[in-house]
Design a protein around this ligand. Structure first.
Ligand code: ADP
Length: 268
């Protein structure tokens, strides 16, 4: 009798999640036209927790529009985005809709142009948004901000203002500022394209470190070597469509002429 009440062993009752883990971010049927010109066509993309996905493709293929749409900076004509298994944003939804407001702090964004507040110090830049959203006690937040500056190698610059820093340093601060919010996913829109060439690698190294730590990231980039080295999947876009969505190894095997022509063009 006692034995009959024992719970069944977990291995028999629990399904394996490895093959069908729940996506942390799900884009479904996203489409967009500007002034009658279609720039995104039926984009579907599923991002698993911990995945690093690079979005590459020719200029004008819709990469930036797509990533801005995911965090509500651009409206969509059709489709929807789910974040952490919940509705986040959908076509026709108002910007102040409840699901969006409830979840927007879980989505980090790093821009081409850093977008730091010029009249705030580095440390103030990190603490501003979390304070607004009342995420933590001031002391916890202060400690976490310093830890994030340390992570990106900017701790010694905590009291400086953005104009006292190089572009690469400003971008590292912008990355730390995003991480302080403890985002579930971080979106990067060409994070190194506004930098002097000699400043690119310091930012890529920080992103690589985050990839190793298992932070989920969606990265629009023109840095091909970097994209193929750190990504779990590379998404190749052309004329508003996802043409290829595969691992770097699979893409090398495929030898698809479109992607190879594109990478050749980038290299010359
Ligand atoms: P990518 O990031 O791949 O270079 P974009 O997403 O920036 O591509 O642009 C895709 C297309 O959408 C381009 O043809 C661009 O000119 C157009 N586009 C982007 N934003 C706007 C806008 N606000 N108004 C009109 N057209 C736009």
């Amino acid at each position: 009798q006692a034995r009959a009440r024992l719970p069944a062993p977990q291995v028999q009752t629990r399904k394996s999640h490895s093959a069908s883990a729940k996506p942390i971010l799900q884009l479904t049927g996203l489409s967009k036209a500007f002034n009658g010109k279609t720039v995104l066509r039926d984009i579907n993309l599923s991002v698993q927790p911990g995945e690093v996905i690079s979005i590459i493709g020719p200029s004008g293929s819709g990469k930036t529009t797509l990533i801005r749409m995911v965090n509500g900076l651009e409206t969509m004509d059709q489709g929807s985005v789910e974040l952490l298994g919940q509705e986040f944003i959908r076509a026709g939804q108002r910007e102040n809709a409840l699901p969006y407001r409830a979840q927007i702090t879980r989505l980090g964004m790093v821009f081409q142009g850093f977008n730091l507040f010029p009249h705030k110090t580095v440390l103030e830049n990190l603490m501003l948004a979390p304070r607004l959203h009342n995420l933590d006690s001031r002391e916890d937040l202060h400690q976490r901000s310093l830890a994030m500056l340390d992570k990106v190698g900017m701790l010694e610059h905590a009291t400086k203002y953005p104009h006292q820093l190089s572009g690469g340093q400003q971008q590292r601060v912008a990355i730390a500022r995003t991480l302080v919010m403890k985002p579930a996913v971080v979106l990067f829109d060409e994070p190194t394209s506004a930098l002097d060439p000699e400043r690119v690698s310091e930012v890529l190294q920080v992103i690589e470190k985050l990839a190793e730590e298992g932070i989920t990231m969606l990265i629009v980039t023109h840095e091909m070597k970097f994209a193929f080295a750190i990504s779990d999947r590379v998404v190749f876009m052309e004329q508003g469509r996802i043409e290829i969505d595969a691992s770097p190894a699979e893409i090398r095997q495929m030898r698809d002429h479109r992607i190879f022509r594109f990478i050749d063009d980038m290299a010359t």
